[in-house]
Design a protein around this ligand. Structure first.
Ligand SMILES: [Zn+2]
Length: 576
């Protein structure tokens, strides 16, 4: 009896003590809520220096707000080449190089079909809203998962993930393979379109958006400068220098104002192409993004949604006028205001406090070669026919010493016919070999690569040459940034057998006024800005890359990082 009493007393006391202890314990901080929305804003062909060169003219609530309330990395570079749209957009939300995503270019040679394909073309799907024979697009060639894919896995698909852009690849790739939808602009139909990869028919709100003919209202629109001309002259020089050449067939001029008709009598494909090269598609895209937020109820609950918005007009304008033009300055200032409109809308609808925002670009751009030449920077266009002519002659001299006719070495390089002409495969500075013919003649890839590279390097303007054997063996130096960037852009099943790199400010086989794709700073140096809960605002000088955005978002969202993440978590901007 006494024992029992004592025991019960001990039990009672211990229960009392333990409950007392638990009453006194500090309440555990509840796991912080995830943001309701991840908003990725990409501007196609936006160099980092635009923030500085034009930044004093930005509005208070656009890019200036991101720079003030977010963390910005001034030493942010892509670490791959070619620096094109699809590889860049493939990298941002996967945190992986093209070597992992498989998105090695906007287009490449598909050896299986012997055809040139785009990064997103998909014969097995139907276009929704496009022209009658328009090829459908989907993310099926993207080899890595995205932030959106991982969020949907983490929330049993309750997260909604949507990508929008004027370009198909720029809408599709950041959203990912398990996205709910991607929408882009068709220059065939003038509609915002999608494909049967996502659903069998367009949602009603998209059809309603298209029924209002959102592109056609810009027919004949005049693009004028936003600000007085002297602001532009001060920062970019005169409006119409000799190196800006806009063909008369476009119905446009090289100087302001630009009239958007595409030389057409009424809205039709030439007009829609012309519209692409104006700032007006960015306005249309902001309206579309707003409709997506409203109709898909993005950011309305605690299962984080993702909206990726990629502005394409900047790239078309940059290609046409170059980075030191009044037009690029103007489209940049307009984009800043368009971003302000989008941010204000997100603030009203979702709350910026509930939104995690990332801002970046897919690549930069080189000065127009003729402009760079005029400045003594060595700008030039290396003729494709010069390079390939010399290479073909060297192949013949090495492997057809008997001078056989017809020359059996004529098809050692893979050829295709375009507009009735047979020409060598040359895409993204990659040269492709014809393996069947090499096998027939007992020529090794390694041996032929040596002949091609040694010859290519004798052509003025060719800086470097890399072979498949070298890149697959990993026989490249990680301390040489050019070698490293080429390796990060090489995906064996899709890349060529030899990769050329031109000298700075030189283009190979390009007729376009200004372009990008190189491993040089003017193409790799782009903004990386992140703003939202958990991020300490400020300017950061640590080396960074748009490939760091995905691992950083994954850490802030507490989800599994995308499958092939190679970027780093940008810890220096995390709140302790
Ligand atoms: Zn681009």
């Amino acid at each position: 009896m006494r024992r029992r009493t004592l025991l019960s007393l001990v039990l009672t006391v211990s229960v009392f003590l333990s409950s007392g202890a638990s009453a006194q314990r500090q309440p555990q901080p509840s796991t912080p809520k995830r943001p309701r929305l991840v908003l990725l804003i990409v501007v196609d062909q936006f160099r980092y220096d635009y923030l500085d060169r034009f930044g004093d003219l930005f509005a208070a609530n656009g890019l200036r707000r991101l720079l003030r309330d977010g963390a910005s990395w001034s030493q942010s570079n892509y670490d791959h080449t070619p620096t094109y749209t699809a590889p860049g957009h493939g990298t941002i939300m996967t945190g992986a190089y093209p070597a992992e995503t498989g998105i090695i270019g906007n287009e490449w040679l598909d050896r299986a079909s012997g055809t040139r394909i785009t990064s997103v073309s998909d014969d097995s799907r139907k276009s929704l809203g496009g022209g009658p024979n328009e090829i459908a697009s989907s993310p099926w060639r993207l080899m890595a998962s995205t932030i959106g894919d991982e969020l949907r896995l983490a929330t049993n698909d309750r997260s909604r993930v949507i990508g929008v852009s004027v370009k198909d690849r720029s809408a599709i790739l950041p959203a990912g393979r398990h996205a709910n939808a991607a929408y882009w602009f068709s220059t065939v139909s003038g509609n915002m379109v999608s494909s049967s990869y996502y659903f069998e028919q367009l949602p009603a709100w998209v059809t309603a958006f298209n029924d209002a003919k959102p592109a056609d209202k810009y027919f004949g629109a005049k693009w004028e400068r936003l600000l007085p001309e002297d602001e532009y002259v001060k920062r970019t020089g005169p409006d119409n220098p000799a190196w800006e050449v806009v063909a008369a067939s476009t119905g446009d001029t090289s100087g302001f104002p630009h009239t958007i008709t595409g030389n057409a009598k009424a809205p039709s494909q030439p007009f829609y192409w012309a519209l692409d090269s104006s700032p007006f598609t960015n306005d249309m895209l902001v309206s579309f993004a707003q409709q997506a937020i409203l109709n898909e109820r993005l950011g309305q609950d605690d299962d984080t949604d993702v909206l990726t918005v990629s502005f394409s007009a900047n790239d078309y304008v940059g290609h046409r006028f170059g980075p030191y033009s009044q037009e690029v300055m103007d489209v940049t200032l307009r984009t800043d205001r368009q971003i302000a409109t989008l941010l204000d809308f997100v603030d009203a609808r979702v709350g910026l406090a509930n939104t995690l925002i990332a801002f970046t670009a897919d690549h930069g751009v080189s000065p127009i070669p003729e402009h760079a030449a005029a400045l003594g920077l060595g700008g030039a266009r290396v003729k494709f026919t010069d390079v390939m002519g010399k290479i073909q002659a060297a192949i013949s001299a090495r492997y057809n010493m008997q001078g056989k006719v017809p020359d059996p070495t004529g098809d050692y390089l893979l050829r295709f016919s375009e507009a009735g002409m047979s020409r060598e495969w040359y895409v993204n500075n990659n040269i492709y070999f014809n393996y069947d013919v090499l096998r027939r003649d007992g020529v090794t890839i390694e041996d032929l690569s040596q002949v091609v590279c040694m010859t290519a390097l004798t052509v003025s303007g060719i800086a470097r040459c890399f072979t498949r054997t070298q890149l697959m063996r990993g026989a490249t130096s990680i301390t040489d940034p050019i070698e490293r960037r080429v390796l990060h852009g090489f995906y064996p099943a899709r890349s060529g057998d030899v990769v050329l790199v031109a000298d700075p400010y030189k283009y190979i086989a390009e007729t376009i006024t200004a372009t990008h794709g190189s491993p040089y700073s003017y193409d790799t140096h782009v903004p990386t800005i992140i703003m939202g809960v958990g991020i300490k605002p400020g300017q950061y000088y640590e080396p960074a890359s748009p490939a760091d955005i995905a691992p950083t978002l994954a850490a802030l969202l507490r989800i599994t990082p995308p499958s092939n993440v190679t970027g780093r978590v940008l810890l220096e901007a995390f709140r302790k």
